[in-house]
Design a protein around this ligand. Structure first.
Ligand code: SAH
Length: 385
């Protein structure tokens, strides 16, 4: 796979003015400076937007009147609109956001008191083509811009204000929705900076997790720019199997990936990397796989997250048997690896791992081929309004 050709730098859409929700502290400071306005106003403006939920500059009463109208002319105050909401029996909520006429993404809110976790998307579709993931089936359409990533958190937080009082506020964010966040690097890092900024969402870096299929150069850059918690979708302990499940492995094999993980943790003594492992019946779930996995992770401060495979039509895989998962876990535990089996949440509303699909108009050639092949809509396809 030629990763260099991924559209990392392609503008995600034609935008006339910078957007409020897409502007980080540095962005505001720069823009204000260009307008001849003191940089310290950046924090003041961000607090209006994120702490008081005021996006209309005219209502930011501690700014001079002429400044307010100049800002109104220069920035766009667009927010994301929730297109559809589904609420699971377990309290998990899934939202569909319409980004433009042809693109939608999904975000999932998972309550686990006292925590509330929001799972956000970073791309419409995904280019990585992991063999067991529903998102992969719809092809890749475009990157989300910063405002669209931050917009998911902004809209979710607002929506939860109407939820029952026992609903925990969003304390954690995970980039485990649609897309590969490290292939949309600049927009994702900008969004992370806004999520962590005390004048915006003020989340602690360890409560924000970026999950990657293993884009090694991206892991290195992330360490320099914004070292949040890292999760790596491993799914296999050897290259032959991983090449098949996660084709990106042909570009960045396991040895290189684990080396990047070790480097990521250097100087972060209390941190661990989460390794995600979808349990696929008789594919990657034997005791031999478990022992090999434990051997490969030796010496890396790690946490292994076993994810029961979430099935979808035509996936060609089955979920591992409960006994296999249990045996796998026991081997890892005996080897001293912190291991948890992730509870499946929101499966009744198709909100579980790998089930997010959003809506991508059938533009990509791959998708047309797929549809022609089985004569159906892609798995997990969410009908539009
Ligand atoms: N592209 C990033 C972000 C997506 S995270 C990454 O790969 O990490 C979504 C997680 O769910 C990943 O670990 C992914 O491998 C896993 N996943 C995908 N499809 C799944 C499925 N059908 N069942 C269980 N887990 C799945």
């Amino acid at each position: 796979m030629k990763v260099a050709s991924h559209p990392e730098t392609r503008p995600s859409r034609v935008s006339r003015r910078p957007q409020q929700l897409g502007t980080s502290r540095r962005g505001w400071e720069q823009a204000l400076e260009e307008m001849g306005i003191a940089r310290y106003r950046a924090g003041q403006i961000m607090k209006w937007i994120y702490h008081r939920d005021v996006l209309d500059f005219e209502s930011m009463t501690d700014l001079r009147k002429d400044l307010r109208s100049r800002l109104s002319r220069n920035f766009e105050a667009r927010t994301l609109r929730i297109g559809h909401e589904a609420i699971s029996r377990d309290g998990t909520r899934k939202w569909l956001f319409h980004l433009d006429e042809s693109n939608s993404v999904e975000s999932v809110y998972i309550p686990d008191p006292p925590r509330g976790t929001l799972c956000v998307s970073s791309q419409v579709g995904c280019a990585l083509n992991c063999s067991f993931c529903a998102t992969a089936r719809q092809g890749f359409n475009r990157n989300l811009d910063t405002a669209e990533i931050v917009g998911q958190l902004h809209a979710a937080r607002a929506r939860l204000l109407d939820a029952p009082p026992s609903t925990p506020a969003i304390s954690n964010v995970v980039f485990m929705g649609m897309g590969e966040p490290l292939l949309n690097f600049e927009n994702v890092v900008n969004a992370l900076e806004i999520m962590l900024d005390d004048c915006a969402f003020g989340l602690a870096a360890k409560r924000v997790t970026l999950s990657t299929a293993g884009v090694v150069p991206g892991i290195r850059k992330l360490k320099e720019r914004c070292p949040v918690s890292l999760a790596v979708s491993l799914h296999a302990p050897d290259d032959d199997l991983r090449d098949e499940l996660v084709p990106l492995n042909r570009t960045y094999p396991i040895g290189e990936l684990l080396e990047a993980c070790r480097e990521y943790l250097r100087g972060l003594p209390r941190e661990r990397i989460t390794f995600e492992y979808a349990m696929l019946d008789r594919i990657n779930d034997s005791p031999v796989h478990a022992r090999l996995l434990a051997r490969r992770l030796r010496g890396i401060p790690a946490k292994v997250n076993l994810i029961p495979f979430n099935s979808f039509d035509g996936s060609g895989y089955r979920r591992s048997r409960v006994e296999s998962v249990e045996a796998f876990r026991n081997i890892l535990l005996a080897e001293g690896l912190m291991t948890i089996t992730r509870r499946t949440r929101g499966a009744d509303i198709d909100a579980a791992c790998g089930q997010l699909a959003g809506r991508v108009l059938p533009r990509s050639r791959r998708m047309r081929k797929l549809r022609a092949a089985d004569g159906s809509t892609p798995p997990g396809h969410v009908p539009g309004p």
